[in-house]
Write a protein that binds this ligand. Structure first.
Ligand code: G3H
Length: 491
């Protein structure tokens, strides 16, 4: 690491074509800890000219990387994974430091990423190395043999968000590299230290120059140079819907897009639940809503209850409030459940949504309360469509409760959003789950559990404004290749 400043803090610069660019103190930005408000690192942005150079180098490297024997590429990735394994604690501590993720969740993120790499290698070996053959034996074709190979696309641009700064980088970079693409990646500014640790692990394995490149800079500074480059053949982006839409609309015409965007995941509880289950259902809802202080695209962001189950609802809501007040609020290093939001802007956003809802008649069962960037869990009862929180993703610890006339109305409310990531339904009746799930507009629907992305082998899909294309172990590999036919013609 470069520590060229008097506070002995890391100074992060871009890594292009196998070299770190010179850190430029005149172009300096700083990263602030959400917990202590202190500076934790500095970074210098690269220029637009450097961005263009980066794509050129990545494109040059593609010519030979794509031709390597797959086993050679696998060996590189295995070596990289070893470096991650040796640095679990360092990376986990760095994750906690830059985004206040509870330390055990940060450790889990690193381990999950290591396991994901192992699964990707196995899936690559099983499903993408051997070509698909169409011949007499397979398809009855007499005078031709079609050998269809999975070939890489070219340069992949990977952009990861702050909330899973390692996992959502790995899920983009590793499939692309395994299948023979070269990569330009960008971490969110807040988590540049994680991108930096990742690129240092790559540096240690001596990948050919240009195969992996790390661009450092604010999206605003880099501007359209990052996205408007003809060499980009695939954009894999996780982040906010507006940014995702902007990037996708500025991509070169032939580039493929994989977008994982926001969510407003509904959770419907029907009358077909026993009183004895209230504690467990409340537990799932609280976990779904408040894990990592609600900063997950898959968090439960709306609870929808059916009006006629008055007594049951009352007890369930009481239990949700009861369990939420027991969540430990504190520091990431002490592994508190609720920790600081990523920055002051996030706190302001939650506060404004809270104030707007209360002004318009929502009943705060748990009020907005904060110290520094830490916001305690908030529960708003009787939320209606007049309130911003009804249709806005808060990305914070705020849970609205909405009442529907009946199950059909609950489905209408669940779908009354531009988002469509996941949903959860609590009912003891499988038939009821299936009926509702069929009508919910989302990538997946969870039965009696809160929404979540994993296990990583599952296809992960967002519809409407929640995303485009599919992720998951197999599909993340699949989106990085195209089929190319080698046709043998027989006489
Ligand atoms: O924030 C988006 C993540 O992909 C959600 O992942 O459901 O495992 O928390 P998760």
């Amino acid at each position: 690491m470069n520590f060229n400043n008097n506070k002995n803090l890391p100074c992060i610069s871009s890594y292009i074509d196998g070299k770190f660019l010179k850190y430029n103190p005149l172009e300096k930005g700083e990263i602030i800890s959400p917990e202590s408000n202190e500076t934790i690192a500095y970074f210098s942005s690269l220029s637009r000219k450097d961005v263009e150079n980066c794509y050129r180098k990545a494109d040059n490297a593609f010519n030979s990387w794509k031709l390597l024997n797959p086993t050679v590429r696998i060996k590189y990735i295995e070596k990289f994974n070893k470096h991650l394994e040796e640095n679990i604690e360092t990376i986990a501590l760095a994750i906690s430091k830059c985004i206040a993720k509870p330390i055990n969740a940060a450790r889990e993120e690193v381990v999950r990423s290591i396991n994901m790499i192992n699964d990707l290698i196995i899936e690559y070996q099983n499903s993408f190395i051997n070509p698909i053959i169409f011949d007499e034996e397979s398809s009855g074709i007499k005078n031709k043999k079609g050998i269809w190979k999975y070939v890489p696309l070219g340069v992949v641009l990977a952009i990861a968000p702050f909330n899973y700064p390692l996992n959502l980088l790995i899920s983009k970079i590793i499939p692309a590299l395994l299948t023979g693409n070269t990569v330009v990646f960008k971490s969110s500014t807040q988590t540049l230290t994680i991108g930096y640790l990742v690129i240092q692990c790559f540096e240690k394995i001596n990948l050919p120059n240009g195969v992996i490149n790390f661009v450092v800079g604010n999206g605003i500074d880099l501007g359209d140079a990052l996205i408007e480059n003809e060499k980009i053949k695939l954009l894999n982006f996780t982040g906010g819907t507006e940014t995702g839409k902007y990037l996708a609309s500025h991509l070169p015409f032939q580039a493929i897009k994989v977008l994982e965007l926001g969510g407003l995941d509904p959770c419907i509880v029907t009358k077909n639940n026993n009183k004895g289950q209230i504690i467990d259902i409340a537990k799932e809802i609280v976990k779904g809503a408040f894990t990592f202080s609600g900063q997950r695209c898959t968090a439960i962001k709306r609870v929808i209850l059916i009006k006629e189950n008055k007594e049951y609802n009352k007890q369930l809501v009481k239990e949700i409030v009861n369990q939420s007040t027991k969540l430990i609020v504190g520091s990431s290093y002490s592994d508190a459940f609720i920790t600081a939001l990523v920055d002051k802007k996030a706190v302001e956003r939650v506060k404004k949504l809270y104030q707007n809802a209360v002004k318009k008649g929502a009943e705060p069962l748990l009020e907005f309360k904060n110290y520094n960037n830490v916001v305690h869990p908030i529960i708003l009862d009787n939320v209606t469509e007049k309130m911003q929180i009804y249709s806005t993703e808060a990305f914070g610890p705020i849970l609205p409760i909405i009442y529907a006339e009946d199950v059909l109305d609950a489905i209408r409310i669940a779908n009354d959003t531009d988002y469509g990531l996941q949903a959860s339904i609590f009912t003891n009746k499988e038939s009821e789950f299936n009926q509702i799930a069929n009508l919910i507009e989302s990538g997946s629907v969870n039965w009696n559990k809160s929404s979540s992305r994993g296990p990583d082998v599952f296809p992960f899909i967002g519809i409407k404004n929640s995303g485009y294309n599919v992720q998951g172990i197999y599909y993340s590999l699949f989106t990085t290749v195209r089929l190319k036919g080698f046709i043998e013609n027989k006489k």
